[in-house]
Design a protein around this ligand. Structure first.
Ligand SMILES: C[S@@+](CC[C@H](N)C(=O)[O-])C[C@H]1O[C@@H](n2cnc3c(N)ncnc32)[C@H](O)[C@@H]1O
Length: 465
């Protein structure tokens, strides 16, 4: 085996390097240095000495894969999942949970410090998830085809998005959900159904969504297919019920879109009750199959307690704008802390849930508006009242689009609370928020995603006086 002993300038794709992993980068890769030149090493754990194969060479850094662990880090764990390393899902299974938390804390703080100038004194210690495994209440699978030509269910292979990695069990979701996956696969094979092929646009089965309520321990399954006929639907539901007695609803929906995303154009058939009920604190929430709900119910409660706390003790006379409100959960959860809540959300089904949720919890001070944030913000501003004293914004991973952010900042609320699941887009948006005359006063990371590198962060901003 030939190990490269070249200078960094001579490092090439395919070369083999002996490296010490020093740290973890945001995104989950190990960081090593070869004579000062940075190399991101997939599956490298800080403290490992490894032989790594260079997979990509850029001007200022390279990427590599561990080929052999020469001396394992004392922190390295044997990952429990059989597809660890091939699946892009939980890349930190090989690290103890307390070390995962240390890295998340450090990464969130340093990213925001470097890009957005957030000072370390406002960063609070990360709040751990109360549950470390099998915490996900929603899982989204894609159908693919095995080498033997049979349908399989699993996740996209990282870097090769047209390929599906078969995952009959996933340690992030509950065990009955694993049984649903195995049962569906058996059934579609018995029926001779085919998986949809994204390249040829042929085939039938596209996505499977499994949702779980921790409160009622019930499940809803959403099967999305291309055009075609789903045979013996009652037989399918009976098989799923046998695998998972907590199944409360099943929906078969059409997804005729070109993009490889789990969306439903039209409901084709359903059984049972497809709307779950979930609890956060004293509030119960209805969650329709396609509405957003925080995927880790246990940790979501911690997150919402933080948001509520960051509204401040002086929030009682304020109106709260719950921007990107989903099923209205943050606004309703915080409704007793403010005079009035206005929520905005693009998914109509979620807004229907939000209105029902306010009513079923006896919360009378919430109004919810359906629409795209950048186009609907002016409607919120025109509702009679005395402006917004508090804005909570909880956008999707891509962060806020410029128009939406401009619209929210134009409301001149004295306090903003930004809830983010992506520190990179958060850092970008902080720069605009600070330019608009705000300064961050608290940064609170909360771990919603154990075993993965993903970080949830809450920031409180106050308007400069
Ligand atoms: C991270 S989720 C937060 C939901 C809610 N705050 C919660 O805690 O459950 C982001 C939400 O933004 C919604 N969304 C995405 N793009 C949007 C847009 N352009 N305008 C309004 N809402 C949008 C999504 O449908 C989703 O419900």
């Amino acid at each position: 085996m030939k190990i490269d002993r070249k200078r960094p300038s001579q490092i090439q794709k395919g070369g083999l390097l002996e490296l010490e992993i020093e740290d973890l980068a945001y995104g989950g890769k190990g960081i090593a240095r070869f004579e000062g030149f940075v190399i991101f090493v997939r599956n490298g754990v800080p403290g490992d000495r490894v032989l790594a194969r260079v997979t990509k060479r850029q001007k200022n850094h390279a990427e590599a894969e561990v080929e052999e662990i020469l001396k394992p880090s004392p922190d390295r764990l044997e990952p429990p999942c059989p597809v660890f390393g091939c699946c892009g899902g939980c890349t930190w299974q090989n690290l103890p949970y307390d070390i995962q938390l240390t890295h998340k804390q450090k990464q969130a703080a340093s990213l925001l410090q470097h890009i957005a100038g957030v000072t370390p004194d406002i960063v609070r210690p990360i709040i751990p998830s109360p549950v470390e495994w099998r915490y996900r209440n929603k899982m989204d699978y894609t159908f693919g085809t095995s080498n033997a030509g049979e349908p399989i269910l699993g996740f996209h292979v990282p870097g090769r998005f047209w390929e599906i990695l078969e995952t009959p069990t996933c340690l992030l979701q509950s065990e009955p959900a694993d049984r649903i996956v195995q049962s569906i696969i058996r059934w579609v094979r018995e029926q001779g159904l085919s998986a949809y092929n994204q390249k040829t646009r042929q085939g039938f089965l596209r996505h499977l969504l499994i949702r779980h309520s921790v409160e009622t321990d019930s499940f809803v399954v959403l099967l999305l297919t291309h055009e075609g006929e789903l045979p013996d639907r009652e037989g399918l539901v009976a098989a799923l019920k046998e695998a998972c007695p907590g199944l409360q609803g099943f929906v078969w929906g059409l997804n005729a879109g070109l993009a490889d995303v789990a969306r439903q154009d039209r409901e084709l058939w359903s059984w049972g009750n497809p709307v779950l009920t979930e609890r956060l604190g004293k509030y119960l929430f209805r969650v329709s199959p396609l509405s957003f709900f925080q995927v880790n119910t246990h940790a979501a409660l911690k997150l919402y307690e933080v948001v509520c706390d960051l509204l401040g003790n002086d929030s009682a006379d304020n109106r709260l704008l719950d921007a990107y409100c989903g099923t209205g959960s943050i606004g309703i959860f915080c409704s007793e802390r403010v005079k009035e809540v206005v929520g905005i959300e693009i998914v109509r089904e979620a807004i229907f849930d939000a209105r029902e949720n306010a009513a079923r919890n006896g919360v009378a001070n919430c109004t919810f508006l359906a629409g795209n944030m950048s186009e609907t913000i002016h409607l919120a501003a025109s509702i009679p009242g005395s402006g917004f004293g508090r804005i909570v914004m909880d956008p999707p991973r891509g962060g806020m689009d410029k128009r939406a952010l401009r619209g929210l900042l134009a409301l001149q609320a004295p306090v903003l609370i930004y809830v983010s699941c992506n520190p990179s887009t958060l850092a970008r948006d902080i720069v605009s928020i600070v330019e608009a005359g705000y300064h961050p006063t608290v940064m609170q990371p909360v771990d919603l995603f154990p075993q993965t590198y993903h970080i949830e962060t809450v920031l409180r901003f106050e308007k400069n006086v």
